[in-house]
Design a protein around this ligand. Structure first.
Ligand SMILES: Cc1ncc(C[n+]2csc(CCOP(=O)(O)OP(=O)(O)O)c2C)c(N)n1
Ligand SMILES: [Mg+2]
Length: 333
């Protein structure tokens, strides 16, 4: 495993051992949680679709760490890792995947609809691009009430040609709303490569059309993501208006577990796996002398136990009572 990383200046706190180990713990938790979720899906414990973000952990952790607890986060359906990085408990998140009453959405949302009011984490949206105007609405509310809260809106490369994306970005630009748009560019929307669906494949360039800064970053470098998102959020909070970050990343697994992956080569996947964002960071932390192998191994063991406990919690939790079927819907017969 390569321990090389792009030469860049670390922020002062990024040389802090505890901070680095916390980033690693979060990324490894997401990795193990999702691998286990995939296994439980195959065992028939999880119904519906399961969209894993294995390979995208650095982006998902790096973008959550700089946020304040009362900032709002809204995302698309590939959001298990973002939910965990935001601080939602692994047990209730796994229980949601299992469709249990103890799940973060009371077992009524499932994998695509993880949400937590307490964490200002608003899901988890299945309609591609559909949540981007919702993010802009939340940002308008913050501006209207004079709050300095920032909204972070995460979406995939596949949503940037929807009407909702353009309409929402435009209004955010016109009204100078406190929203950070983060495009998680994993190069594919289902089985369609970005150059087959977008005339301009550099998503960050689109920001210019809406009078906001846009930047492409290495989404597989957790420290770079953290630094860039921190800077962007600080500027937005200070009243500079909206921004767009394009985080380049890659999903190692298929679109969902029902994906035969005929649209990309095994060599391409292997090439990205060789630069695994979780384990290359682990190696770097040890190679730089920030922590010993024993210290990171202890984190590994701790995480394995957390995931084991999460699965047991989910398995032992009850199914939602059928009488709650019509709860939390707009129309209650
Ligand atoms: C409006 C709409 N059109 C089509 C779909 C079907 N669909 C589900 S996921 C997806 C691809 C989205 O890809 P991307 O935004 O890049 O996210 P990723 O899955 O790569 O994280 C599509 C087309 C949908 N859910 N909603
Ligand atoms: Mg994509």
């Amino acid at each position: 495993m390569s321990v090389e990383r792009q030469e860049r200046t670390l922020l002062p706190h990024q040389k802090n051992k505890e901070h680095l180990l916390d980033l690693y713990r979060k990324m490894f938790l997401i990795r193990r949680f999702e691998e286990r979720a995939g296994q439980e899906y195959m065992r028939g414990k999880i119904a519906g679709f399961l969209h894993l973000a294995i390979g995208e952990e650095a982006a998902n952790v790096g973008m959550m760490v700089p946020l304040r607890p009362d900032d709002d986060v809204i995302s698309h359906y590939r959001s298990h890792g973002q939910a965990l990085a935001r601080g939602l408990e692994p047990g209730p998140v796994m229980a949601e995947l299992f469709g249990r009453a103890t799940g973060v959405s009371k077992g009524q949302g499932g994998s695509m609809h993880l949400a937590s009011k307490e964490h200002h984490f608003w899901g988890g949206h299945a309609i591609v691009g559909g949540h981007i105007p919702v993010a802009v609405g939340m940002a308008l509310a913050h501006q209207y009430t004079g709050s300095d809260r920032v909204v972070v809106c995460i979406f995939g490369d596949g949503s940037v040609n929807t009407g909702a994306f353009h309409e929402a970005m435009n209004l955010a630009g016109v009204w100078r709303l406190p929203v950070l748009f983060i495009a998680s560019n994993n190069l594919y929307g289902m089985g369609t490569a970005i150059d087959r669906s977008s005339a301009v494949t550099e998503i960050y360039k689109r920001a210019a059309a809406y009078n906001m800064p846009g930047k492409r970053i290495n989404g597989n470098d957790v420290l770079e993501v953290e630094a860039e998102v921190r800077d962007a959020v600080e500027r937005i909070r200070a009243g500079e208006g909206p921004r767009l970050i394009e985080a380049m990343t890659y999903r190692f697994s298929g679109h969902s577990l029902a994906d035969p992956e005929l649209y990309r080569s095994k060599e391409e996947v292997a090439e990205w796996r060789a630069r695994d964002p979780v384990f290359s960071f682990r190696d770097w932390v040890v190679a730089q002398g920030f922590a010993t192998e024993d210290e990171v191994s202890a984190i590994d063991a701790e995480v394995e136990q957390i995931v084991e406990d999460a699965v047991r919690f989910a398995e032992e939790s009850p199914e939602p009572d059928p009488s709650t079927l019509y709860d939390y819907v707009y129309s209650n017969p």
